[in-house]
Write a protein that binds this ligand. Structure first.
Ligand SMILES: [Zn+2]
Length: 213
């Protein structure tokens, strides 16, 4: 009698453990957008290395030799074409991804090219074609490029330097993990070592911040 009860308890414990194991082994979302899990509850944090090439195959940028990049998928932390193409790639994947300009830094907009009086620019000293500077004190002010100088006027281009450029990325997926509820809520990655934000700022009015202002 006593033994049997013990046995039952053990069975229960086993079942309990099995349940726990089962739950903890299935943190990854299945097919996105299916099942009962709301889509925004099943995002991944992806960590990857990349090398960016222009259409002529010249290297523009690379994370090689530095820290890999981490992003929360599907929230615009990286350019759209890369975000889309990398969705669902498992860790260890090495692949080449072609991103057309429209899904990269956008098409060029001629309205972003303007003539401005030299004296209105927040730049002292010499100014040369090709110089780049921030067009204002606002941290989100666009970076502009000097396209030409004619007398008192300067031709400035506020397009992103890679606007209108088709991009090629050689990527290596280093890690894929399920995002925490907090990361999904904040819309950015928290660094595991510090519990802090990995980029993307918090608005001043944001409540329940992650404590890394
Ligand atoms: Zn945060």
């Amino acid at each position: 009698m006593f033994e049997e009860k013990e046995k039952d308890k053990e069975e229960e414990r086993k079942r309990g453990r099995d349940d726990v194991t089962c739950t903890s082994l299935s943190p990854l979302p299945r097919a996105r957008g299916r099942g009962k899990t709301p889509r925004n509850m099943s995002k991944n944090v992806v960590t990857f290395h990349y090398t960016l090439l222009d259409p002529e195959g010249r290297m523009l940028d690379s994370s090689a030799g530095g820290r890999p990049i981490s992003y929360l998928e599907g929230v615009g932390q990286i350019i759209e074409g890369l975000d889309e193409a990398m969705a669902g790639l498992p860790a260890g994947t090495k692949t080449r991804i072609e991103v057309p300009a429209v899904k990269g830094y956008g098409e060029r907009d001629d309205a972003q090219v303007q003539k401005v009086l030299r004296e209105l620019l927040p730049i002292e000293g010499e100014l040369n074609v090709g110089d780049r500077f921030q067009a204002g004190t606002d941290p989100y002010a666009p970076i502009v490029t000097v396209m030409g100088i004619e007398g008192d006027e300067v031709l400035l281009d506020a397009n992103h330097p890679l606007a209108g450029v088709d991009l090629t990325f050689d990527v290596e997926v280093v890690e894929v993990r399920a995002a925490t509820a907090e990361e999904i809520e904040h819309g950015h990655v928290h660094q595991p070592e510090s519990g802090c934000c990995g980029g993307g700022g918090h608005g001043d009015g944001e409540s329940g911040g992650c404590g890394c202002k």
